[in-house]
Design a protein around this ligand. Structure first.
Ligand SMILES: *[C@@H]1O[C@H](CO)[C@@H](O)[C@H](O)[C@H]1NC(C)=O
Ligand SMILES: *[C@@H]1O[C@H](CO)[C@@H](O)[C@H](O)[C@H]1NC(C)=O
Length: 284
């Protein structure tokens, strides 16, 4: 009886391992924070922490030119006001491209804000903000960035929340030639993060900790010597992400999220853009 249970357990453990063979040691480096970023469980779990002296952050070892990155994150629990947890792709330099997820903390019981932004050639100003339909501090949830030649799509637990289409043919810049790394950090931004900066970080609650696990990188690895190579470490996956776009079900999901959970959309902020909304807006 016991051995049957054990066998079942081992089988499940094996299947999980085969599906999510993610290892933080293998694909990421803790870049800063003087010991405040830590990797546990043979590379399966990573935590970032923040105290009054410093935050912390990690970065992918590789650079990518297009990819689909899934990351499971459990955000700072309790009073996280003033803290910001980031998870983003970025290239280097002044004219850099960047695809941002930022999670703005809040007082216990008050909702986090998911802040998104897209930079092309060094220019951002494309913010959209959302509340979530669950408590992101209770469990791990999957936050994904799909970046392929057709579009950028943000997903939360597989539900698309935002799409930025490639409209280069209409003269609108799209990140399509600069390789990006994956970054994540936890830092203090109490001058703006929570209720626009009104609620400050309570350092008596420090250290603040965010946890990461089970990431999945399907991407084209880029090196300066050999350019871009599209392959996947996950044997059960294929290259379908490179051509993936939103079907009508996906479009309907985005409309549902935007109707019920969107707090801010630069594309409707006519006060901010008195000379006219950015060109991608009517088209997006
Ligand atoms: C924090 O909670 C307040 C009150 O519910 C809300 O207005 C705000 O959008 C929440 N999130 C942030 C990051 O300020
Ligand atoms: C590739 O993966 C996608 C999504 O995981 C799946 O829907 C599709 O059937 C797969 N295609 C092949 C040829 O395996």
């Amino acid at each position: 009886m016991l051995s049957k249970i054990l066998l079942g357990f081992l089988l499940i453990a094996f299947l999980v391992e085969a599906t999510f063979a993610s290892n933080f040691y293998q694909d990421f480096n803790i870049k800063w924070g003087d010991g405040r970023g830590k990797i546990f469980n043979n590379g399966k779990l990573l935590t970032l922490s923040l105290d009054k002296a410093s935050g912390s952050g990690f970065q992918s070892k590789s650079q990518y030119l297009f990819g689909k990155i899934d990351m499971q994150i459990k955000l700072v629990p309790g009073n996280s006001a003033g803290t910001v947890t980031t998870y983003y792709l970025s290239s280097l330099g002044d004219a850099h491209d960047e695809i941002d997820f930022e999670f703005l903390g809040n007082l216990s019981g008050d909702p986090y804000i998911v802040h998104t932004n897209i930079y092309t050639l060094g220019k951002g100003n494309r913010e959209q903000q959302f509340y979530l339909w669950f408590d992101p501090t209770k469990d791990f949830h999957t936050y994904s960035i799909l970046w392929n030649p057709l579009s950028i799509i943000y997903y939360v637990d597989g539900t698309p929340i935002r799409e930025f289409k490639n409209l280069e043919s209409k003269g609108i810049p799209f990140p399509s030639s600069q390789a990006m790394s994956i970054y994540s950090s936890l830092w203090d931004a109490d001058n703006w993060a929570t209720r626009g900066g009104l609620v400050k970080t309570d350092w008596a609650k420090a250290p603040f900790t965010a946890s990461y696990s089970n990431f999945n990188i399907q991407a084209c690895v880029w090196t300066s010597s050999s350019g871009s190579s599209c392959s996947s470490k996950n044997p059960s996956s294929n290259q379908s992400w490179l051509k993936q776009s939103l079907d009508s079900t996906g479009q309907a999901r985005i409309r549902w999220v935007q109707k019920h959970y969107m707090i801010y959309n630069y594309c409707t902020d006519t006060k901010r853009f008195p000379q006219g909304l950015p060109p991608e807006c009517p088209l997006e």
